[in-house]
Design a protein around this ligand. Structure first.
Ligand code: MG
Length: 275
């Protein structure tokens, strides 16, 4: 079951992707803006289908409309710390993005006006499905997860490096392409052994595996929820592996016209371009 959100026929809609067919679903959001399928058993309908090839005007939207929080983990792959001359982290390095940071699959991302070095960071994104605070040792953090999707933590690298806080460098509008679909945790294999990659104009730039995360997803959920209540619809960005453009020799950050393909095994690929 792959959950998507899109704009078609002049309105926002939800659907399920199956075998390259899109099945529209009537999905509402609660008073907090949380999609009902994240927290309740939902009875999918498969009577009407759209063939995606015939839906060229369809615009993909971030699969979660308004996450209450987007919590990101910096430098969670040791090789990404080492490529920038830093020691691997000993405690999780956390920062945030916002719902306004998000954009959808196939987005045309504007080159940020406040940066010259605009960089890519493919990440596995976790969608929370259960209110979680201060887990007991016997409680399993994986039970807090609804599903997974692909995202990018696009970064104005020069701004990130020149300011003490990362908000302007990382949380600006369109800095987080995400999607296209959310795959429930139960439909995925071991989260600690998923391939993750990113290509720019067809050239492989990032290639790793979630087994190389310094802090595992269960560890991060337990750690963060000691002090921050995680709620359904919240998104956890789990860090990017090595191979970002700024630390390549020569520097190979993004340029207008670049086409980016990014993926995690078991999830649909996320594509976007720079305008
Ligand atoms: Mg990142």
């Amino acid at each position: 079951m792959k959950w998507v959100r899109y704009f078609n026929e002049k309105r926002e809609q939800y659907g399920i992707l199956r075998n390259n067919l899109l099945y529209p679903q009537k999905i509402s959001r609660d008073i907090n803006g949380v999609e009902e399928y994240l927290t309740e058993s939902f009875d999918p309908q498969f009577e009407v289908a759209l063939e995606l090839s015939e839906s060229s005007t369809l615009k993909w939207l971030p699969p979660i409309a308004r996450p209450g929080k987007i919590i990101c983990v910096g430098r969670n792959y040791a090789a990404h710390s080492i490529e920038q001359g830093k020691e691997p982290e000993s405690i999780p390095l956390l920062f945030t993005k916002y719902s306004t940071s998000m954009t959808g699959h196939n987005a045309q991302v504007p080159f940020p006006r406040h940066s010259e070095y605009f960089d890519y960071e493919v990440e596995l994104a976790v969608v929370i499905g259960k209110t979680t605070f201060d887990l007991k040792p016997e409680e399993d953090p994986l039970d807090s997860i609804f599903g997974l999707t692909v995202a990018n933590d696009l970064t104005a690298r020069d701004v990130q490096k020149s300011e003490k806080q990362w908000t302007r460098g990382k949380a600006f509008d369109n800095s987080m392409p995400i999607g296209p679909s959310v795959v429930p945790l139960k439909d995925l294999n071991d989260l600690s052994n998923l391939d993750i990659w990113l290509k720019v104009n067809g050239e492989l730039r990032q290639e790793s595996n979630t087994s190389h995360m310094i802090f595992s997803i269960p560890y991060l959920i337990r750690y963060i929820s000691q002090v921050i209540t995680l709620q359904p619809g919240d998104i956890l960005m789990t860090g990017t592996p090595e191979g970002v453009g700024f630390y390549m020799d020569p520097v190979s950050t993004l340029q207008k016209g670049d086409q980016i393909t990014s993926g995690v095994s078991g999830l649909d690929e996320l594509h976007f371009s720079i305008q």
